[in-house]
Design a protein around this ligand. Structure first.
Ligand code: ZN
Ligand code: FE
Length: 243
């Protein structure tokens, strides 16, 4: 499957999964950029996948729903208008001939889901895990978000991480203030370069995140490495919020 980004707002990515002339889109915060792409590339819109109820991930849903030939899949949440199929943990859905397994990932919001395709090792994780960071806690507890990220951490090394925002550079600024690592320094340099050319830094891979993303708790600052896992996670989230 081919996956490409459709930028929205200032730092959101709407993801498009493409098979031949058809696409399924993930988290359409806006409709106009999607409609533009469909027209320019002469594509058909198949399904819409939604990770959580925030407006920057759902704002284009109702308009785009007029154009789809399939269904809108997303969380069971009455705050989202237009969901056809409400999903829960371990549900399997098929779009464009590819199967995705639903992983519930509460924390950033309570309704948050991720979509995982095992064959291509692709994860759409919305605002749960970012490259070098994670979502803020709006509705859930530290325990919940930590648990959700550890569920993602069970996936294979090669898993490609397609998250909802281009936050990599600012996240790495925080990470390099906390952890002294050559790998992180290199990643930071590479990211500065990419962003200066306005290039996307995604998808990341889980193997790279394990080295640069402290929220997975594989690589953490020295001064908190002896804390209990969830306390270490909480301390990191608090430090990031105050950075
Ligand atoms: Zn969000
Ligand atoms: Fe968002």
């Amino acid at each position: 499957m081919n996956i490409f980004d459709i930028p929205a707002f200032t730092d959101n990515y709407i993801w498009a999964i493409q098979i031949d002339d058809s696409i399924t889109i993930v988290d359409p915060g806006e409709s106009i950029p999607v409609l533009k792409v469909i027209e320019e590339k002469k594509l058909n819109l198949q399904d819409i996948l939604i990770t959580h109820h925030h407006y920057d991930h759902t704002g284009g849903l109702l308009e785009l729903k007029k154009y789809i030939s399939g269904k809108v899949y997303g969380p069971k949440n009455e705050n989202i208008d237009g969901i056809d199929i409400a999903l829960v943990e371990s549900d399997l859905i098929e779009t464009l001939g590819h199967e995705f397994r639903i992983i519930e990932t509460p924390g950033h919001t309570l309704d948050h889901l991720a979509f995982y395709n095992m064959q291509a090792n692709v994860l759409f994780c919305g605002d749960t895990l970012f490259s070098a960071g994670c979502g803020r806690l709006f509705e859930g507890t530290y325990d919940q978000l930590h648990g959700s990220i550890q569920k993602i951490n069970q996936l294979p090394d090669e898993t490609k991480i397609y998250c909802g925002h281009e936050y990599t550079l600012s996240n790495l600024e925080f990470v390099k203030s906390q952890i002294n690592s050559e790998f992180i320094k290199e990643k930071y340099k590479e990211t500065v370069k990419k962003r200066s050319m306005n290039k996307i830094t995604l998808p990341s891979t889980l193997s790279s995140e394990r080295k640069i993303n402290p929220f997975l708790l594989e690589t953490v600052p020295d001064d908190i490495q002896d804390l209990k896992a969830v306390d270490c996670f909480k301390e990191l989230r608090i430090r990031k919020d105050n950075f």
